[in-house]
Design a protein. Structure first.
Length: 69
């Protein structure tokens, strides 16, 4: 099996950020922003969700690159 194009520690951090942190932050900010009058709730939630998706795509590309043909 080939090596991942990214180090394992970075893969683990990206996996955590993409699957746990970004979605959790998006839900948290989307929930509390209106209650506290925080700005740009929709834009921040969309950005966090897009970032989580981007990280997931990068992880998937890394896994595909590591598979044997």
């Amino acid at each position: 099996m080939k090596e991942y194009p990214i180090p394992d520690w970075l893969y683990q951090v990206m996996k955590w950020a993409g699957l746990i942190a970004c979605p959790a932050l998006a839900v948290f900010y989307g929930t509390v922003a209106p209650a506290w009058g925080l700005p740009y709730a929709d834009q921040i939630v969309i950005t966090l969700n897009a970032l989580g998706t981007l990280i997931g795509i990068l992880i998937g590309a890394s896994q595909l690159a590591s598979k044997e043909v």
